[in-house]
Design a binder for this molecule. Structure first.
Ligand code: FAD
Ligand code: 2HG
Ligand code: ZN
Length: 509
């Protein structure tokens, strides 16, 4: 088995490296909204609410820049409340003064939603990270929004439970951020979306009111299910301060297989067969193209999972990661073995390796999870996170590659801005990640890709955001996935709850 370092979080960014361009320089047509401007008296008020040590005005570059180093805001202050009532008081003050706010969790978002655009006040939830309660019979967990996903899952592991969401940024992202983005992740196939597992939410509304809906009921048909409004609202309707979530029992037996196949058709065939034959133990089904393996190898500096002692990446055009989880190791092993044997016999699978222990399981997952960060290794990345009918999923990568070639933007030398597009994602959820790896961010590339990609998705009845959200990147493109009536209702809701538009402006809609 290969050896990789397990990297659960995201790499520390080097802020001393080449400065990220200000968002307002990249998009010079942006206009600052009619908001108040931060004054010394505001800082005094914030200090009186939070204490001096939770109000930051120096060394706040990291809160202004996003994970992809694509967007940079100009906030002058970062606030780190420790309680819901502090969040409420801050928001009330900002609303009275019409100061815009950018709520921020772990700042791992991939659509530019988590960083300010102009001088919004950053409200970071990282000071609120207490587990509030856990019921060992029902599996209902109540946490502060700032709890880190990975630490929360480690807490649950000790109790025999698992958090119903897992993703590559688990070491940095926060539960509040996960809920605010309605993150999908690696095991949605097994545990479903947060719209199902979140039972309750506590949030501070734009006028400072505390919306307390921290329920722990699986069934509750008493009126509108208001908590759903906050799941996926990306900080535009309220600041989430607490989450109640139903956690499943942690599977005792977990297997991971990493496979090589000869075509995207073979990926689909393997998926259909896995659903039929692995059925209840299938917990994840991920695919990766060869280009994604190339960037990953460069980034992780480790041998490929199927390399067998060589330094090369085997010549398969597509790779699959299958995870099974259940309660009986012998049963699951036998089922997976038979599935792999028959798939090799009929030629659907050409090559593969299966993890033999927990460390190898993590290593194989690390290889899949690494691609997101690896894609920006040459300088930058344009990310498209889309839902499409399974049969069309990879066609978008081919279409994007062709379009970039026609525009003469792809090449091996530095004069070309684009290195290559890579495709991978959650086949089990019909979710493709198209990452166009670039040496630098340029308007030319962006114009060739957008709105072309969004139009393509709309023509093929997909969604322009499967799981990362709209943020800043997609705010002008919602109409490719939502009708006029749907957009009008969203705008009405926003206007009703946030008439001053202070929460996360310039994003979403
Ligand atoms: P942030 O990035 O800080 O914020 C994201 C958005 O939510 C912003 O609009 C912000 O204003 C808002 N927000 C944050 N906290 C709150 C709060 N408490 N109240 C209200 N609004 C808030 N996403 C997936 O869906 N699936 C994946 O598999 C996946 N993998 C990833 C892998 C990597 C390596 C990286 C870097 C990102 C990945 N993401 C994935 C993106 C993703 O959205 C998240 O990482 C995560 O859900 C964001 O959480 P966060 O705490 O970092 O939020
Ligand atoms: C993943 O599935 C994440 O790895 C990140 O959703 C995808 O970076 C991306 O485009
Ligand atoms: Zn994903």
């Amino acid at each position: 088995m290969l050896k990789l370092v397990f990297r659960a979080g995201i790499s520390k960014r080097a802020y001393s490296a080449k400065a990220v361009k200000l968002t307002v320089e990249t998009y010079p047509n942006l206009q600052r909204g009619d908001y108040g401007t931060l004054e010394e008296s505001d800082l005094t008020r914030f200090r009186s609410i939070l204490g001096d040590s939770s109000v930051f005005v120096d060394d706040i570059e990291g809160y202004n820049e996003d994970q992809m180093r694509k967007y940079r805001g100009q906030s002058q202050v970062v606030l780190k409340p420790k309680t819901t009532s502090q969040v409420s008081e801050i928001v009330k003050h900002c609303n009275d003064r019409k100061l815009a706010i950018c709520p921020q969790g772990g700042n791992t978002g991939l659509v530019g939603g988590s960083v300010p655009v102009f001088d919004e006040v950053v409200v970071s939830l990282s000071g609120m990270s207490q587990i509030r309660s856990f019921d060992e019979t029902s599996g209902i967990l109540k946490v502060d929004a700032g709890c880190i996903l990975e630490s929360t899952d480690q807490f649950l592991a000790e109790k025999g439970y698992i958090f119903p969401l897992d993703l590559g940024a688990k070491g940095s992202c926060q539960i509040g951020g996960n809920v605010a983005t309605n993150a999908g992740g690696l095991r949605l196939l097994r545990y479903g979306s947060l719209h199902g597992s979140v039972l309750g939410i506590e949030a501070v509304l734009p006028d400072g009111t505390v919306f307390d809906s921290m329920h722990s009921l699986r069934k509750d048909n008493t009126g509108y299910d208001l908590k759903q409004l906050f799941i996926g609202s990306e900080g535009t309707l309220g600041i989430i301060t607490g989450v109640s979530v139903l956690c499943p029992a942690r599977p005792k037996a977990v297997n991971v297989a990493f496979l090589g196949v000869e075509s995207y058709e073979a990926v689909q065939d393997t998926f259909s067969k896995a659903k039929r034959e692995l059925s209840e133990i299938l917990s994840a089904f991920e695919f990766m193209d060869r280009e994604s393996q190339v960037v990953n190898k460069k980034f992780l500096k480790a041998p490929h999972p199927l390399a067998e002692g060589s330094d090369e990446i085997p010549e398969y055009p597509f790779y699959i990661l299958i995870e099974t989880s259940g309660s009986n190791k012998e049963h699951d092993d036998a089922k997976l073995e038979q599935f792999l044997e028959t798939s090799m016999e009929d030629g659907t699978i050409l090559d593969g390796t299966v993890s033999q222990d927990e460390a190898q399981t993590r290593t194989l997952w690390a290889w899949r999870e690494g691609i997101s960060e690896a894609s920006q290794i040459e300088g930058g990345v344009y990310k498209y996170d889309v839902s499409l009918p399974l049969s069309k999923l990879y066609d978008l990568v081919i279409a994007a590659r062709e379009r970039l070639r026609e525009a003469n933007l792809i090449g091996e030398t530095d004069e070309y801005p684009v290195v290559d597009p890579v495709g991978y994602g959650h086949v089990g959820d019909g979710n493709l990640h198209l990452n166009v790896c670039v040496r630098r961010y340029t308007k030319e590339v962006e114009k060739v890709l957008e709105p072309f990609i969004y139009e393509w998705i709309s023509q093929h009845h997909g969604s322009i955001s499967a799981e990362h959200g709209l943020g800043f990147q997609k705010k002008n493109y919602v109409h490719y996935s939502k009708s006029d009536v749907e957009i009008a209702m969203m705008k009405d809701l926003k206007r009703h709850y946030d008439p001053n538009g202070i929460l996360n402006p310039y994003k979403y809609i």
